[in-house]
Design a protein around this ligand. Sequence first.
Ligand SMILES: [Fe+2]
Length: 345
Amino acid sequence: MRYLPLDEITEDMCLARPIFNGDGRVLLSNGVRLTKNYLARLKEMGYQNLYVYRAGEEINDFSTPVSDQTMRDAIYGVKDAFSKAAQRQHLNIKNVNEVIGYILDEILTNPTVLYNLMDLKNHDTYYYHHSVNVCIISTLIGKQLGLPRDKVKDLATGALLHDLGMVCVDPQILTKPRELTTEEMTAVREHTNYGFQLLRSEPNLSILVAHAAYQHHERMDGSGYPKGLVGDEIHLYGRIVAVADSYETMTSGRVYRKAIWSHEAIRQLKESAPEKYDPEVVEAMARSVASYPVGSVVVLNTHEEAVVVDVNAKKITIQFASGPRVNALLDLEPDSEIKIEERLS
Ligand SMILES: [Fe+2]
């Protein structure tokens, strides 16, 4: 199984991971042969990369941070929260708590889980998928930092709803398929204030949830917004969601911006600490996400090519794609002599 850009996918390939729409429904199931028509339609809808395999190729099961069912429930939960907020109605907090409960149950009980998926999202579902991913990454970071469950719960809820204030921003700006003007950027920045107002008016949410959303664009050196807070003036949840949000944004492409690879995003975020990000949080993030996610095509120090077929905190399982061991599986542990040298796609 590989994670390939749409242009590199050929008609002898099948979809390896289902594509969900914003309602959490399956738009296209795994196993579907990717005909020219499907590919053209997916491209039109704004998808950039897909998990694929060649027809007949065996694909291995791999671990994901949360089950597909939880992913679907969470995406639908965010969509519902966004649509309630857009109509200035109270959120369905019971539903939000339920979704967060599933995510926490799955992540906190799994000692080796990593964020290892690049998500399949398009412009219609971008914010829902993005929100759920930022929630999963923030939960993993909170777990790495040893926070107790009740604190991770508030952190995860703030992360899930961090961009809720986007419902108050002119949708025409948000769907522009290009970089924004300074004026438009100022309007988008207001989403932190709007999000804070919306969330703090929810009687059954901790005020810290509202603060996580309020502060997720603050930066350690005071260069962030909306308040230009410095260092510890930013609440820990705000510092965590900032790192999770930046990592997720960097690794997901938009129409006007190419995605960068996970190992490169980790490197850049480490470089931006401590000026922009809390270094302890960045370290915890680096231990929470896979440098080479499932589907990455890599070159080893033996000059062989391989595909990452599974990854957790203890080992990376690769399948050789060239050389005498082609198709064989191998577990790379931190002290293995074989190492990944570079990522090809
Ligand atoms: Fe944001």
